[in-house]
Write a protein that binds this ligand. Structure first.
Ligand code: SF4
Ligand code: SF4
Length: 502
């Protein structure tokens, strides 16, 4: 089978299978998968964290165990939280084991933005992908992309070994200055890359427009979904179109649409144009994505991307509706940058905004929609703290300490970030070690805390040490991002050290 010419494939995104009483409805989910496998398509797209981290297991149970390996195609992805080269192998092997397969047909670096790309370049991610292909454990390598066309061009120029690219393409984002579907599509075509499409119906939202839009055009939800799919499928060079199908009917409808797809006719073009204009008009936030607001933002918040997401949530009049895929996109946008909730309300962005938008207000709204509530954050903090202490206790009970980690890594002088209860315990523990000492502590409350080590605030000049150990591990990525511009040494979380010692 020549996988890259027998398409366009309707790809099965394993991310929206139905639930029953908070658990996956296994019977219904299996029926959907079986219906899909009956037809002409056989491409399953997953990620270790989809479906509450169950996507890979579901594929193993529904597909791998029940169909011959050469009757379906599997695409999986490298998680985002890679910290060192060894993590690539760790995550890939875990995915292989959970899925129960000796190879993946397609494997992707997931959700590439500028920061994620630079991290993979630094850590050797592209080299690792090529190794996988050479070892025969992956047939085609690629990446999914969420940034500007210029970056896509840069990556595809530098990495011609990438076999394909996965882009967000739908008729609404086609001309969007934030998503830039059309421009990204053109770049991928320029590099002759097969294009795999995600969000062709924008997570279902293009099939779920306001009543007035449907009435005006006399369209039902399935007509709207069909139109959105047809728009994407009629573009030359599209190899796979992903759809997160959650009902047998979705499979049947989507399959029908893709099997008969051809050029859009004049009426369909006009319809798409009308819908695009109407939906764009409903957009309440008139952000032009000029990017001026980000130039001075001390928190590096990706403001235009967040505002575009807020617009996408507001299509039902005043009620903001968030689809799970939008939360995923939000996480990608703010990865290694500032979250909406991290805004310190300095107002610098609003002084820069030519549209005079109340950005701080919008960010507060975004934080409440896309981020955890203060109670959830409290709970999450407590859970992390409990796990840290539990695992640390296990290290001590097995007669070990954390010292071997520092010895092995050659760290003799350290700084501790976060001098709360756990930070204090760590300070006392390190005092017992012979090969490592604490030079100073870093804490937002450095000015009012009294400890027997020197303390500084995160914004102060940070003296170089061998390693900074972060004790508020639940917020490690944000803290690491803040410290990274100020210090060159490794920054590790206490959990990582404890896990190494277990
Ligand atoms: S108000 Fe918030 S978003 Fe605006 S510049 Fe300040 S920190 Fe950044
Ligand atoms: S400056 Fe205003 S219009 Fe420009 S991207 Fe920022 S919020 Fe949007």
């Amino acid at each position: 089978m020549n996988y890259l010419s027998e398409f366009p494939q309707l790809g099965f995104g394993v991310m929206r299978l139905p639930y029953l009483d908070d658990k996956i409805d296994m019977e219904k989910a299996q029926a959907i998968v079986d219906e899909y496998m009956k037809g002409d398509f056989c491409y399953f797209d997953m990620h270790p964290s989809y479906m509450g981290k169950q996507a890979e297991e579901l594929v193993r149970e529904f597909v791998v165990k029940r169909y011959p390996r050469d009757s379906y195609l599997l695409a999986d992805k490298m998680p985002l939280n890679i910290k060192e080269f060894a993590d690539y192998g760790k995550y890939f092997n875990a995915s292989q084991t959970v899925c129960g397969v000796s190879y993946f047909d397609f494997y992707l670096l997931h959700a590439i933005t500028r920061d994620v790309y630079e991290r993979h370049e630094r850590l050797g991610g592209f080299r690792y992908m090529q190794d996988l292909k050479e070892q025969g454990v992956v047939r085609y390598i690629g990446f999914s992309f969420h940034d500007k066309p210029e970056l896509l061009d840069e990556i595809l120029t530098k990495h011609p070994e990438m076999d394909f690219v996965q882009l967000q393409i739908n008729y609404l984002d086609w001309e969007s200055p934030v998503i830039c579907s059309k421009k990204c599509y053109e770049i991928a075509r320029k590099h002759s890359k097969p294009i795999f499409v995600m969000e062709p119906i924008k997570g279902g939202s293009l099939a779920n427009k306001t009543d007035s839009l449907q009435e005006d055009e006399k369209l039902g939800a399935s007509d709207l979904a069909e139109l959105a799919l047809k728009f994407v499928a009629s573009l030359p060079g599209i190899t796979v179109i992903l759809s997160g199908m959650s009902e047998v009917g979705h499979v049947i409808d989507n399959r029908k649409t893709l099997l008969k797809v051809g050029e859009l006719n004049e009426r369909e073009r006009q319809l798409i144009q009308n819908l695009r204009e109407k939906i764009t008009k409903v957009n309440k936030i008139q952000c032009t994505a000029c990017g001026y607001c980000m130039e001075d933002c001390p928190q590096r918040i990706p403001i235009p991307s967040i505002l575009a997401l807020l617009n996408a949530c507001g299509k039902n009049g005043e009620t903001l509706q968030v689809y799970p895929y939008q939360k995923r996109i939000y996480s990608g946008y703010v990865f290694n940058k500032g979250t909406a909730g991290s805004c310190i309300k300095c107002g610098k962005c609003e002084n820069r905004c030519p549209q005079k938008l109340p950005i701080r207000e919008y960010l507060a709204q975004a934080a409440s929609l896309f981020e955890k509530s203060p109670t959830e954050v409290k709970l999450q903090r407590a859970t992390y703290k409990y796990r840290t202490l539990r695992d640390w206790m296990k290290v001590l009970q097995s007669g070990n300490s954390l010292e071997p980690y520092f010895k092995y890594k050659g760290f003799g002088v350290m700084a501790v970030y976060g001098i709360g209860e756990i930070g204090e315990l760590l300070i006392q523990e390190i005092k017992n070690y012979k090969t490592v000492r604490i030079e100073y502590g870093i804490d937002k409350k450095a000015k009012i805390l009294v400890k027997d080590i020197p303390l500084v605030e995160p914004d102060d000049v940070l003296q170089e040490v061998d390693v900074v150990v972060v004790t508020p591990t639940f917020d490690f990525e944000n803290i690491e991002r803040q410290l990274r511009s100020k210090i060159n040494c490794p920054i590790v979380s206490l959990d990582e050290i404890i896990k190494w010692c277990l």
